[in-house]
Design a binder for this molecule. Structure first.
Ligand SMILES: NC(=O)c1ccc[n+]([C@@H]2O[C@H](COP(=O)([O-])OP(=O)(O)OC[C@H]3O[C@@H](n4cnc5c(N)ncnc54)[C@H](O)[C@@H]3O)[C@@H](O)[C@H]2O)c1
Length: 117
């Protein structure tokens, strides 16, 4: 964790949170912040390698967390993520529905039209 030695204020102590798209970017930063603030976490992503890295980081820091690989666009995966939080932590207080993509084009391929292609 980037600020592993920094302790939060315990603002999420006793709370259970699910963060989707947690392998990198905003989701990862959110998961790290929530962990510092004392939350119990289920972190999820389609990127199993990135998620393992985060899971190992949280474990090293002694934070209660479970990593669930899955695709939020698949209802059965989404259910598994939520169920993992309920089963492990007894409920869910916060859902950060962060997973997603912004399709960006290369400037070289840009056209005057709005939208893709
Ligand atoms: N960064 C920005 O400027 C910006 C602006 C507006 C909205 N957003 C939104 O914020 C969210 C996070 O943005 P970011 O910049 O951190 O993105 P990012 O690409 O760095 O991270 C997104 C993460 O979500 C995961 N993901 C994507 N689709 C998934 C799916 N179907 N199921 C599970 N995991 C999935 C990816 O594997 C990745 O780890 C996205 O939803 C994005 O659309 C970002």
């Amino acid at each position: 964790m980037a600020e592993e030695s920094t302790r939060g204020l315990g603002r999420l102590q006793g709370k259970a949170a699910v963060v989707t798209g947690a392998a990198k970017g905003i989701g990862r930063a959110t998961a790290e912040l929530f962990a510092r603030e004392g939350a119990s976490l289920v972190v999820t992503d389609v990127d199993g390698d990135g998620l393992s890295e985060l899971g190992a980081e949280l474990e090293r820091a002694g934070k209660p967390a479970e990593a669930v690989v899955g695709d939020v666009s698949k209802p059965e995966d989404a259910q598994t993520m939520i169920r993992a939080c309920v089963d492990r932590f007894g409920g869910i207080d916060v859902l950060v529905a962060n997973a997603g993509v912004i399709p960006l084009n290369n400037i070289v391929d840009a056209t005057p039209r709005i939208g893709t292609t």
